[in-house]
Design a protein around this ligand. Structure first.
Ligand SMILES: Nc1nc2c(ncn2[C@@H]2O[C@H](COP(=O)(O)OP(=O)(O)OP(=O)(O)O)[C@@H](O)[C@H]2O)c(=O)[nH]1
Ligand SMILES: [Mg+2]
Length: 302
């Protein structure tokens, strides 16, 4: 399962292995470490903080060999990927509602298709075609529903997204809730939007509020899709989304296109929400649940 993440992290891995180096620790060891971490997209702040922490521990523990820095660096990295937030998918309830949001083209619809496929054995999954804005968006989600073999609730392009969500929740309640057996799981697709588009951001809030007022504690997860190649800019966008809706987690897509996983650290640092899934390609099974230990290991090991 982690093979895909490891492949996607190929570039970072080779760099990190080389960065720590071998032999005695010198001033250059620290400079190289810093350079490599920045180049792996960890961001300057995270990098400085990490290297300082590793350096302090290395001094405390009187470490002189560069190789011995690897476990320290790994444990400091791991510490920065901790989250106490429980993932709402998987907790027992009749109907779980998951909203998926983000800027245009980040991979929302594709990720929903993958998620539907991932969860369909354990839940009665339904898709809500909440992107009524972009021409073709509804048909695109229908194709994914077919591929994953799950039902979809859709309306006409141009119709009211909030009304469609309301209908989807009704459909899920009426047809997908299966007391004592599988719970219902509704994935809500939304139109891509720039955080600067006032009207579309209001629409997103409306959709959120429909979920909140129709289902107890919904949306149980509001996942923002961030594409890895967009880097730091994507984080700024995400911060703005956070001002409109209560984001609970991240799906990091297109990791296969960058080879750099360092952005994950900035997500934890700057957004304060956990990464839940990583997208590693365009196929239906190119989605991996995020696991911090495996991820950090994947950044180093061959
Ligand atoms: N390589 C790669 N491509 C991806 C991944 N996730 C999505 N894509 C591609 O990214 C493109 C955009 O994906 P969509 O799912 O349509 O993105 P979206 O966020 O729904 O787009 P809008 O609805 O237009 O805002 C498609 O060509 C996908 O195949 C991924 O993890 N890896
Ligand atoms: Mg879409």
């Amino acid at each position: 399962m982690f093979k895909k993440i490891r492949q996607s992290l190929g570039k970072t891995r080779r760099q990190l292995a080389a960065a720590v180096g071998t032999g005695d620790i010198t001033e250059e060891t620290w400079e190289d470490m810093e350079d490599t971490l920045v180049r792996s997209d960890l961001g300057v702040e995270t990098t400085i903080e990490l290297v300082d922490a590793v350096r302090e521990r290395a001094e405390d523990e009187a470490i002189i060999n560069a190789e011995d820095l690897v476990p320290i660096l790994k444990s400091e990295m791991r510490k920065r990927l901790e989250s106490s937030a429980e993932f709402a998918i998987g907790q027992r309830r009749q109907l779980t509602v998951v909203m998926v949001v983000g800027v245009n083209g980040s991979g929302k619809t594709t990720s929903i298709g993958k998620l539907a496929n991932y969860y369909k054995d354990d839940f009665n999954v339904r898709l809500a075609a909440g992107d009524t804005f972009r021409a073709g968006a509804i048909d695109q989600l229908k194709v994914w529903a077919e591929r994953a073999n799950v039902p979809i609730t859709a309306s006409q392009p141009g119709s009211d997204a909030a009304a469609l969500i309301y209908d989807s929740i009704r459909a899920a309640r009426a047809r997908d809730v299966d007391p004592g057996r599988k719970g219902a799981l509704l994935f809500v697709d939304t139109a891509g939007r720039l955080q600067t588009n006032f009207n579309l951001m209001r629409e997103l809030e409306k959709v959120y509020n429909v979920c909140a007022s129709s289902v107890h504690e919904a949306p149980h997860e509001t996942l923002i899709v961030i594409d890895a190649p967009t880097g730091q800019n994507a984080l700024e966008q995400a911060k703005k989304f956070k001002e409109s809706v209560n984001l609970t987690g991240v799906i990091l897509t297109k990791l296969d296109g960058t080879g750099k996983g360092g952005m994950i650290f900035s997500i934890y640092r700057e957004l304060g929400i956990p990464v839940r899934f990583v997208g590693t390609g365009e196929a239906i099974d190119d989605l991996v649940p995020f696991d911090a230990d495996a991820f950090v290991d994947g950044m180093f090991e061959e």
